[in-house]
Ligand binder design. Structure first.
Ligand SMILES: Cc1cc2nc3c(=O)[nH]c(=O)nc-3n(C[C@H](O)[C@H](O)[C@H](O)COP(=O)(O)OP(=O)(O)OC[C@H]3O[C@@H](n4cnc5c(N)ncnc54)[C@H](O)[C@@H]3O)c2cc1C
Length: 378
C-alpha cells in the first residue's frame, strides 16, 4: 500500500491518457451509458502525439491486409469524415500522390495498389508520368499512386469535438493526474494517482491503459501484469520543417515508404500551407526540440521528388514522438490486449498506437468496446 494516499473514490471505468485514442474510447463508452473518468498527467488533453502529428486522414494502404492498422484504417477514415462533417471539424479531402522517382520503384507502387484493393480501398489509381505532370507540374517522378480520399483535418479541433461530446455524455476528465500504479482487486483495480502533490486512491472496475508512448512503462506499474508481456518498443521522433515561400503543390506528396517511416513527405494544412516531415530520429527520452541540422537530410529527400526546392528555405517547425513496437526496420502491428489475452480482470492495454492512430481513433474505440462486450465486461 502507498502511504499517505487520500482514499474514497469509486468509478466504473478509468481511462489513462487524454489523447485522441483515450478520448475516443471515453466517448464510445459514454455513448453506451458507462461511467467514465479520464486521467491525464498534463494540464490539457492532447499534449503529446495527438497534437504533434501530420493531421492526415490516411487511406490505409501501407499495411498488411490482416493487420489491425489496415482493418481499422479504412473504416476509421470513413467514420472520421462522417464525424468531422457532422460536428463541423475543419477538414479537407485534398488527395495524395505517392510518387515513384525511378523505374525501380514502380513495382513497389503496383504492390501498394494491389494491397489497397485487397483492403477494400477501391478509389486508388496508378498514374503515368504524364498524368503526374498534369496534376503536379513541379513533381519529378516516373509513376504515381493517386488516393483521392486521403485528407487533412485540424487535429486539435477534432480532439476538442470528441472531448465536448464525451463530456456532454457524462464522461469526466481529471487533468494534472498521473497514474502511479494499480493494485489488483478481485473485481477491479485500486489506482494511486498523483494530483497536485497529493496521492489519491481510486477504485475502478475497468482500467484502460491508453497512455500513448508511455503505455509500456505504465503497464510495468500494474500489479500482476507480467513484465515479459510488455512489447519491445523504441522512440522515433518525427521532425517537421516549414518551407519559406511555400511549395507549388495542391495535393499531399509522399515518396515510397522507408524501412521505419512513411518517408519525408509534403502535407498541406487547411490553409494550403506546406510542411515537410516527419523524418525518423531515434531518441531515448521525450524532448520535442527540432535540431536545425536535421534540415540537411530533408533537402536531399525532398529534392528527389521536388528538384526545385531552393536552398535555405526549410525552417524547424515542431516534432512528435511515436513509440514503435519491435525494432527499427521490422514494423509491427498495434497491440490491443484485453482480459482474454492477458488474464487480468478488466484491464485493457493499448501498445504502439502510432500512425494512423488518429485516423482510426473512432474505429479503434469501437474495437475496444466490442472486445469488452464480447468478454461480458460491458
Ligand atoms: C510525428 C507523428 C505524425 C503522425 N501523423 C499522423 C497522421 O498524419 N495521421 C494519423 O492518423 N496519425 C498520425 N500519427 C499518429 C497519431 O497521432 C497517434 O496514433 C495518436 O495521436 C495516438 O493517440 P494516443 O491517445 O494513443 O496518444 P497521446 O496523444 O500521446 O496521448 C497519451 C496521453 O497519455 C498521457 N499519459 C501518459 N502517461 C500517463 C500517466 N501515467 N498518467 C496519466 N496520463 C498519462 C499523456 O500525457 C498523453 O496525453 C502521428 C504521430 C506522430 C508522433
Amino acid at each position: 500500500m502507498t502511504t499517505g494516499a487520500t482514499s474514497g473514490f469509486q468509478i466504473d471505468t478509468v481511462i489513462v491518457g487524454a489523447g485522441v485514442i483515450g478520448v475516443a474510447i471515453a466517448r464510445e463508452l459514454a455513448l453506451d451509458g458507462r461511467e467514465v473518468l479520464i486521467l491525464d498527467r498534463e494540464k490539457r488533453p492532447g499534449q503529446h502525439q495527438s497534437s504533434r502529428n501530420s493531421g492526415v486522414i490516411h487511406a490505409g494502404f501501407y499495411y498488411p491486409d490482416d493487420s489491425l492498422k489496415a482493418k481499422l484504417c479504412h473504416k476509421g477514415k470513413l467514420e472520421l469524415y462522417r464525424f468531422a462533417e457532422e460536428r463541423r471539424v475543419p477538414h479537407r479531402r485534398v488527395g495524395k500522390i505517392v510518387v515513384a522517382t525511378d523505374e525501380a520503384q514502380t513495382g513497389k507502387l503496383e504492390i501498394m495498389h494491389a494491397r489497397a484493393l485487397a483492403c477494400g480501398i477501391d478509389d486508388v489509381q496508378l498514374l503515368s508520368a504524364l498524368e503526374l505532370r498534369r496534376m503536379e507540374p513541379e513533381l519529378a517522378g516516373v509513376a504515381g499512386l493517386w488516393s483521392p480520399s486521403t485528407g487533412v483535418i485540424d487535429a486539435s479541433a477534432l480532439l476538442d469535438a470528441m472531448e465536448a461530446e464525451a463530456t456532454a455524455l457524462g464522461a469526466a476528465f481529471s487533468m494534472n493526474s498521473r497514474l502511479l500504479r494499480a493494485e489488483a482487486r478481485p473485481d477491479g483495480w485500486t489506482l494511486f494517482v498523483e494530483n497536485c502533490g497529493e496521492t489519491i486512491r481510486l477504485d475502478c472496475r475497468l482500467l484502460i491503459n491508453s497512455a500513448g508512448i508511455e503505455a509500456p512503462h505504465l503497464a510495468s506499474c500494474i500489479d500482476g501484469y507480467a513484465a515479459e508481456r510488455i512489447p519491445e518498443t523504441y522512440l522515433a521522433r518525427g521532425n517537421f520543417f516549414s518551407c519559406q515561400g511555400g511549395a507549388p503543390f495542391s495535393h499531399l506528396i509522399y515518396p515510397l515508404p522507408g524501412p521505419i517511416g512513411l518517408g519525408v513527405h509534403l502535407t498541406l494544412d487547411l490553409d494550403g500551407q506546406a510542411k515537410f516531415g516527419p523524418d525518423v530520429e531515434l531518441v531515448d527520452q521525450i524532448s520535442y526540440d527540432v535540431k536545425p541540422d536535421r534540415a540537411e537530410g530533408f533537402y536531399d529527400a525532398i529534392r528527389a521528388f521536388w528538384p526545385g526546392l531552393k536552398p535555405n528555405t526549410l525552417m524547424p517547425a515542431y516534432s512528435g514522438i511515436r513509440a514503435k513496437i519491435g525494432t527499427p526496420g521490422d514494423p509491427q502491428d498495434w497491440i490491443v490486449e484485453t482480459t482474454a489475452t492477458h488474464g487480468l480482470f478488466g484491464l485493457v492495454n493499448l501498445f504502439g498506437i502510432e500512425t494512423p492512430g488518429m485516423t482510426c481513433s473512432l474505429a479503434l474505440a469501437r474495437h475496444v468496446a466490442e472486445h469488452l462486450r464480447a468478454e461480458d465486461l460491458l
